[in-house]
Design a protein around this ligand. Sequence first.
Ligand code: FDA
Length: 433
Amino acid sequence: MSNHRPASHSTHYDVIIIGAGASGLYCALTAGRRGRRVLVLDHANKAGKKILMSGGGRCNFTNYVVEPSHFIGDNPHFCKSALSRYSNWEFIGMVAAHHIPYHEREHGQLFCDDSAQDIVTMLLDECAAAGVHIKLSTQIDGVKPIDSANSARFELSTSRSLSKKEKQARKEATSSPTLPQTTYRCESLVVATGGLSIPTMGASGLGYELAQQFGHTLVATDASLVPFTFTDQTGELIRSLAGISLPVIASNERISFRLPLLFTHRGLSGPAMLQLSNYWHTGETIRINLLPDTDMTALLLAHKKSHPRQLVRTVLADHTTSPLPKKLLSALQAHLWDDIKETELANIKDERLLELGAALNSWQLKPSGTEGYRTAEVTRGGVTTDEVSSKTMQSNLQEGLYFIGEVLDVTGWLGGYNFQWAWASGHVCGEVV
Ligand code: FDA
């Protein structure tokens, strides 16, 4: 008999959750507290990796103001039930009960004072107290529905996930032993595999594949809460201003955000751009009001009358409510009014001043794309919510199958909303599985 034969054993749980991230852990602790036997499986070697890297290491875990309008998806009503049944105050209460110090930043965002590790530790402690089993470094090789006498509905075949080094060694070896497999059975299967952003942190498309396997439809996915990139002259201009940050109003036909903009070596970032990216589709133009507190057309025309000998740059430098950084002003001059930079206002036609005012209050830019999943905070789109119960997160197509968190077509704004969705959807699911 071959000594390469895989060792195999079977284990039965009430609930198996694929994904030890934000929503999976919250669902697990909720179901565990109800006395359900819960197993969480994850291919990563650590639970909650995205929580750990979130909010610059301090995890913006929720927001003081959570409204359904802070979320997007094909069905904007889907998130309402879960968000109302599990509010931000419940999560804040848990954080307080664990004596985790936190603080509020602008727009009601709540961050840990010390480290995002506090949130992961809290979730893992709650899971342990609820008797939840967590198995990391586990690859899901297949899921199949079964008809069993002891109420199990799903069978999962798994094997140990390999490190990069191990994968390479197996590739190079002429023959390598079959990996030991473990088969699990469960009554309820929860898919909490998140989105596609930051593949190096364990993101994979497994959740979408499973959804399709069971007949679900996917809403096209795209990187979101992500910086914009630009090519050509605009790209050059933007790159030359890397490091400059200023408050702007960023908008398109659907939405506008008054938030900081950041010029980077790769394009435009900062909260204003990340928020707008949730509402942007390839090929669309965005608008940036660089001087949100000044009506530039009115100002230039007024100064033409009152100070006809002034130059455009003087008006911009000395008379706007919050003057632009000098480097940005020079770059804009070179870009927008180089030909009239030494011309007195009196000698500039009104139409040109109107044009200039519009360019400054509504700078129109066409991003060539975004930085993509490599740096995106979230994935927009996912499992369509039309085929999932908004009250329980159970699939309408397969009894016992649930989807929670980012894998669903629910995407939150920047500001702690994506975690609030993860906690809320995890909670309502954990109450019923
Ligand atoms: P999450 O991604 O948390 O968990 C999915 C889990 O499934 C992972 O543990 C993964 O390893 C596992 N998995 C995936 N594929 C698998 C497979 N094939 N087999 C087994 N396991 C698999 N949000 C917010 O509200 N405030 C913030 O401050 C931030 N900051 C932030 C920073 C950065 C850099 C990123 C990338 C994201 C954020 N977010 C955020 C977004 C937030 O992290 C995200 O929306 C939630 O973590 C989503 O929770 P989920 O449980 O759905 O997925």
